[in-house]
Ligand binder design. Structure first.
Ligand code: NDP
Length: 249
């Protein structure tokens, strides 16, 4: 059984959407490697929540900045240490540094590109070799509705999330013949720390633009990610799946 257990890496799994994704995989019987930037308390809480129903598989927390190559190496090394496999990778770590274009600093632009886009590229590049060797892989990159439609005050963030879509589609073409699928999930407005910082007026304006008239939950995204990770989702690749209550229509 242990040798057949699948292994997943989830970046940004300490909080929010990534936490829910990590919990869902663990409870589905995967070995889980959880990446986080530095918030120890929330990462440990994720670990506790994963294990609330008992020890179901291997689980390890890896601290590190996804924009650094060494972090990608460490995440992969830990994943392979369980049983030599890396089946699923979820590039979820992400940040915002919102500002209007006229006021945006080069640092605000580059920090977001480095974490969201370069971080995704680095880990994708590392994991494809073992995935090609085992002739199986599922890569799921978390984009955003604003990567498709743009958003005022977020030129850096929407550029990074649009970049993720281009990277996803190109990788999907390169890897489809190896039984590796690469898809993007584009969440709408999801209740996490990232959206907590919005003031009530902005939240109301966004809610008015969502046909479902409610914010989504991290569970909505985790459910979609697990669906794409399934062995039977093998004919879905290069897609951008909106999970946004109709916001992106
Ligand atoms: P949160 O801010 O709640 O959590 C972000 C997670 O990413 C944390 O675990 C954080 O680690 C980690 N992280 C941030 N920067 C780095 C870094 N440089 N290296 C490693 N890990 C890092 O975000 P959400 O859960 O809301 O968002 C998750 C993903 O979903 C992001 O990619 C976001 O862009 C995307 N998304 C979110 C939406 C939303 O409405 N919430 C909508 C559309 C897309 P630590 O805890 O240690 O700080």
């Amino acid at each position: 059984m242990e040798n057949q257990r699948k292994t997943v890496i989830v970046t940004g799994g300490g909080r929010g959407i990534g936490r829910e994704i990590a919990i869902s995989f663990y409870k589905a019987g995967y070995n889980v490697v959880i990446g986080y930037a530095g918030n120890e308390d929330t990462a440990n809480e994720t670990k506790k929540l994963c294990m609330e129903d008992g020890l179901l598989g291997e689980l390890v927390l890896v601290k590190g900045d996804v924009s650094e190559e060494d972090t990608a190496n460490q995440l992969l090394e830990r994943a392979l240490s369980f049983n030599g496999r890396i089946d699923v990778v979820v590039n979820n770590a992400g940040i915002t540094r919102d500002n209007l274009l006229a006021r945006m600093t080069e640092k605000e632009f580059m920090d977001v590109l480095d974490t969201n886009l370069k971080g995704t590229f680095l880990l994708c590049q590392k994991v494809t070799r073992p995935m090609m060797k085992q002739r199986f892989g599922r890569i799921i990159n978390i984009s955003s509705v604003v990567g498709v439609h743009g958003n005022s005050g977020q030129v850096n963030y929407s550029a990074s999330k649009a970049g993720i879509i281009g990277l996803t589609k190109s990788m999907a073409k390169e890897l489809a013949s190896r039984n590796i699928t690469v898809n993007a999930v584009a969440p709408g407005m999801i209740e996490t720390d990232m959206t907590k910082i919005l003031d009530e007026k902005s939240k109301e304006a966004i809610l008015a633009s969502i046909p479902a008239k409610r914010m989504g939950s991290p569970k909505d995204i985790a459910h979609t990610v697990l669906f794409l990770a399934d062995v039977n989702s093998s004919y879905i690749t290069g897609q951008v799946l909106g999970v946004d209550g109709g916001m992106g229509m």
